[in-house]
Design a protein around this ligand. Structure first.
Ligand code: AMP
Ligand code: ZN
Ligand code: FE
Ligand code: FE
Length: 288
């Protein structure tokens, strides 16, 4: 029998993905996934459309979002799965994050202008399809201007954390981020913990604080995780009594080499991952 596979980490054009929520759901159906979560950066604006499309196509859908928190090794990303869309505290916090993004984007454009690049903030806004604007949009603008040839080059030369046009944005603490998502009824997973390439000791210490703050799961399966990375995460989760999550972090056509469901080719997130997350929620008295 064909194994049943899922994808619990994807982005649409409500943030920095290139496909609409409907296109994403269609693609998940074509890929014969058994369930899909939409987890746009700092916004839940794509969820109603995705829910409608998945109802029509009879695909199990988990409403989610991905937020970032500050740490000494750069950003910690948190996935909220089964997030409520009508939670006033979360909606207010997301508004604040979007405002911090636009402030940061303006500062990045100014830095690029100082570097002699003729990019106008209004030009950038023309590329924006949703409400959450990120560095990938700026990377696209730089490509359109012919300043760089790829998104990768844009991050390496200008936008990456150690590059000259990098600007940090205001972020909540991990504890605050977890509390916001939990208060909105979400199951919270630490997204791609191995992506920061931080020392393993730091990851373990950080996990202790995240667990105290109410973390539910670790995203062990991710496009950028090696088999060894996944194993490390699975062991850590077992040690702390946490659930697992997994997803491709699909961003659509622009982010080449990462496919919905299968990531760089080898990703497989089995349906039991979702079933275990649901069991955890049921024990917590939360709806699934
Ligand atoms: P932002 O949310 O504005 O901080 O931008 C972060 C997003 O940019 C990530 O979610 C990725 O989609 C993308 N990204 C981050 N680093 C790179 C990179 N080195 N090359 C290409 N895309 C990247
Ligand atoms: Zn992204
Ligand atoms: Fe992320
Ligand atoms: Fe992501």
């Amino acid at each position: 029998m064909r194994p049943q596979l899922i994808d619990l980490h994807t982005h649409s054009n409500a943030s920095d993905g290139t496909e609409s929520p409907t296109e994403l759901v269609k693609k998940a159906k074509e890929a014969r996934l058994s369930a899909l979560a939409l987890t746009d950066h700092d916004t839940i604006a794509g969820l109603p459309e995705a829910m409608r499309a998945s109802r029509e196509l009879n695909l199990e859908f988990i409403p989610g979002c991905e937020i970032a928190a500050a740490s000494e090794f750069g950003e910690i990303h948190l996935l909220g799965l089964w997030v409520a869309q009508d939670n006033a505290e979360l909606n207010q916090a997301l508004e604040k994050m979007l405002f911090a993004r636009s402030k940061r984007n303006k500062a990045i454009v100014e830095k690029l202008q100082d570097l002699g690049i003729n990019l106008d903030y209004a030009e950038l806004e023309k590329l924006v399809t949703g409400e959450s604007v990120g560095r990938p949009h700026i990377a696209k603008a730089l490509q359109d201007l012919g300043v760089v040839e790829s998104q990768h080059e844009a991050f390496a030369k200008y936008l990456g954390r150690k590059s000259p046009a990098y600007v940090a944005r205001e972020l909540p603490s991990p504890e605050h981020g977890i509390r916001l998502l939990r208060n909105a009824g979400a199951t919270v997973s630490w997204a791609h913990p191995m992506l920061s390439r931080a020392p393993k000791e730091w990851i373990m210490n950080t996990l202790d604080t995240l667990v105290l703050a109410g973390l539910d799961a670790i995203e062990a399966y991710h496009s950028e995780h090696s088999a060894e990375d996944s194993r490390f995460c699975v062991d850590l989760a077992a040690k702390h009594g946490l659930a697992l999550s997994g997803g491709s972090d699909y961003h659509g056509r622009e982010k080449t080499g990462i496919a919905l469901g299968t990531g760089k080719g080898g990703l497989r997130v089995a349906l039991w991952v979702l079933e275990k997350l649901k069991q955890r929620r049921l024990k917590q008295g939360l709806p699934v």
